[in-house]
Ligand binder design. Structure first.
Ligand code: KG4
Ligand code: ZN
Length: 339
């Protein structure tokens, strides 16, 4: 194709409705509508999430097209998150994308959400060099992914139980903070002492992770302290947040360092919602500096769920003519090929 490739991308896997327009792999717009409705429940309520996606999808897509100055009839393809995610939420985005592709007579591209988190690195310059090792940390997944080119991702490590984002959110819940607690722990930790309290993490085989022991260790510690002093959490919130954050980030970075060392990889990165964490962002930079490696961190807006990353992944699918069909089904669970 000689003229610029114009893609509309839609993300609706969890609790953010997002639409983006990319022209020749350049992001022209990236609109996101969040869902405050879940805050009081301490987690995402699937049925409420899909209803909110239904309310948001048309205005969000309209806003993305308008901000990019692109009309629907100019689109060359429509991309959407096929999975993994909440089934009801995925169905809203996929049905919308399929309807649009059918009515405009343009190709449809189904994108893997976790794959797309890694592809967020290819939105802005400098793009990672290969081989590239990426720690993907979100609310639902924790993975170490190796890339030797733009088209293929290999899973070399994963969590055996909770995801890193879940560890943040569940710890926050134990501290009485609302959902999602990750950003709040980050916030309170800024004024806290991260070496005051110590919590357990488990070393797993290979490059795998486990966060369930950490949650239990925090729970028992808090129960013990509160039995002695009911105001313990309130009076020590900053130090507790800083210590929990320190434990999670140290654990993540240690595994990333070990894998990169063993595999001889010098280009490392972080992706997914937890990569918005300020300590994780500074620790990966420190690691790269110490080892003379290069660290890549996507812009803040491309760390949490967004359609720009779906569009970036779709752009590579488009180049390979890897198109989907109207019969493609969303999937709740998935994952990239394990080594
Ligand atoms: O990738 P994402 O937006 O959605 C999923 O695909 O899961 O990740 C959401 C997760 C939540 O667990 C949230 O608490 C966490 O990312 N998160 C953070 C921060 N910002 C978002 N965790 C720690 N520190 C942050 N600043
Ligand atoms: Zn995500």
């Amino acid at each position: 194709m000689n003229r610029p490739v114009k893609l509309l991308a839609i993300e609706s896997s969890c609790d953010d409705t997002s639409a983006a327009v990319l022209v020749d792999g350049r992001v022209l717009s990236n609109e996101v509508a969040g869902q405050a409705v879940h805050e009081k429940y301490g987690g995402v309520v699937p049925e409420l999430a899909s209803r909110a996606h239904q309310q948001h999808i048309v205005p969000v897509v309209d806003a993305a097209l308008k901000a990019a100055g692109v009309a629907v009839h100019e689109l060359d393809a429509v991309a959407y998150t096929q999975g993994p995610g909440l089934m009801g939420s995925l169905l809203v985005g996929s049905s919308f994308a399929k309807g649009l592709a059918l009515s405009c007579g343009i190709p449809l591209i189904g994108v893997d959400h976790m794959d797309a988190h890694v592809m967020a690195h290819f939105i802005d310059e400098p793009k990672p060099k290969f081989p590239f090792l990426c720690l993907v940390v979100s609310g639902g997944h924790t993975q170490l992914v190796r890339m030797d080119n733009e088209f293929e991702q290999k899973l070399i490590g994963k969590t055996r139980d909770d995801a890193a984002g879940e560890a943040f959110d569940k710890s926050a819940k134990l501290l009485g903070l609302p959902y999602p607690g990750g950003p709040l722990i980050d916030h309170y930790a800024r004024s806290g002492n991260g070496s005051r309290f110590h919590f357990n993490t488990s070393k797993m085989p290979g490059y795998d992770f486990s966060f369930s022991g950490l949650k239990t260790s925090i729970l028992y510690f808090l129960q013990e302290q509160q039995a002695k002093d009911p105001a313990f959490i309130q009076d020590n919130l900053n130090d507790l947040c800083a210590s929990i954050q320190e434990t999670i980030v140290t654990y993540l970075i240690q595994n990333l360092e070990r894998a990169a060392n063993d595999l001889g990889i010098r280009h490392i990165g972080i992706a997914g919602g937890v990569s918005a964490n300020s300590l994780l962002r500074s620790r990966i930079q420190d690691l790269a500096l110490r080892k003379n490696w290069k660290a890549y961190i996507p812009a803040f807006a491309y760390c949490t769920d967004n359609a720009a990353m779906i569009g970036m992944s779709a752009y590579y699918h488009f180049q390979n003519e890897k198109f989907g069909t109207l019969g493609d089904r969303p999937y709740a669970r998935g994952g990239i090929r394990e080594l």
